[in-house]
Design a binder for this molecule. Structure first.
Ligand code: SPV
Ligand code: MG
Length: 291
């Protein structure tokens, strides 16, 4: 099945499905090997891995380069965190064109303003996009895609920006009418009060995607009961790698030796395996002149 159709299926199936975050080719491969059926190409994680902030400091083509490696390395679908679409409708539709060329299965855009700010940063109010402008962006993206199964997910940031349920529903309905394939409803509360209230009133008009980073103590069975279609584990490979890198750097720095470190990290052979060195060796036997 095409990657777009795989993602469409995950979004539409009755079962609760999960996307796991990846931020480069290696992490994307690990996510696939683990058994996940799809990948979240997280804006936070990709920017952090590049050493910059989640404020569109990395250009959209730099993000595209990372995605190309992720897509080439895997056969499961990737949903890109497309932030605000990197500009107006015109930038967003060009993004769709370039994503399709790289076999990216879908993109999520959020109704904030460029340059965006991470939803969990409390530094200042997060201004929302004008509804009509955002609807025009969704329409332009849907009109641009050439694969009918490419997914455009509209992310509603009303709760994040301090608005109530009414505003969230008004926006989600407008985005549905503009042609969005699914709604991502985001919340930074540590409980599911906002998500629950939205799910009740939304009534399954379109599939719903959630990101339970802050309400992580909620059992996934509860999400299924509420009628959520897709859950995104949004940044956990990045955070795991930060921890692992800090620990091993610290140990090697202090001990000025590799003796204790060696047994605590992946072997070089494992690196080769993940790079598919075996495939190249086989190709060399086939294509290089034998000596
Ligand atoms: C991301 O992973 O970059 C997201 C999800 O947008 S969140 O950080 O929860 O806003
Ligand atoms: Mg993001």
């Amino acid at each position: 099945m095409k990657k777009t159709s795989q993602l469409k299926h995950l979004i539409h199936s009755e079962n609760l499905d999960f996307l796991m975050e990846a931020h480069n080719g290696l992490s994307a491969k690990i996510v696939e090997e683990t058994g996940f059926k799809g990948i979240w190409a997280s804006g936070l994680s990709i920017s952090a891995a590049m050493g910059v902030r989640d404020n569109n400091e990395a250009s959209w083509t730099q993000v595209l380069d990372v995605l190309e490696f992720m897509s080439d390395a895997t056969s499961i679908p990737i949903l890109l965190d497309g932030d605000t679409g990197f500009g107006n409708f015109n930038n967003a539709r060009r993004l769709v064109k370039k994503l399709e060329q790289r076999q990216i299965a879908g993109v999520c855009i959020e109704d904030k303003q460029f340059p965006k700010t991470n939803s969990f940063l409390d530094t200042k109010a997060q201004p929302l996009a004008d509804i009509d402008e955002f609807c025009g962006k969704i329409k332009a993206m849907k009109d641009t895609q050439t694969d009918k199964d490419f997914m455009v997910v509209a992310r509603v940031e009303s709760f994040i920006a301090g608005w109530g349920l009414e505003e969230a529903l008004r926006r989600a309905e407008a985005y549905r009418q503009a042609g969005a394939d699914a709604i991502l409803i985001h919340s930074k509360r540590s409980d599911i009060v906002e998500i629950e209230s939205f799910m009740k009133e939304w009534g399954g008009r379109l599939p719903v995607v959630i990101v339970p980073t802050k309400y992580y103590t909620t059992p996934s069975s509860r999400f299924q009961e509420m009628g959520v279609n897709l859950v995104i584990w949004a940044n956990h490979n990045l955070r795991a790698s930060i921890d692992a890198m800090k620990k091993i750097s610290d140990q090697i720095f202090r001990e000025e030796s590799l003796v204790q470190a060696e047994g605590r990290i992946a072997t070089i052979e494992e690196v080769f395996r993940l790079q598919r060195v075996d495939e190249l060796q086989e190709a060399e036997r086939k294509y290089l002149p034998s000596v």
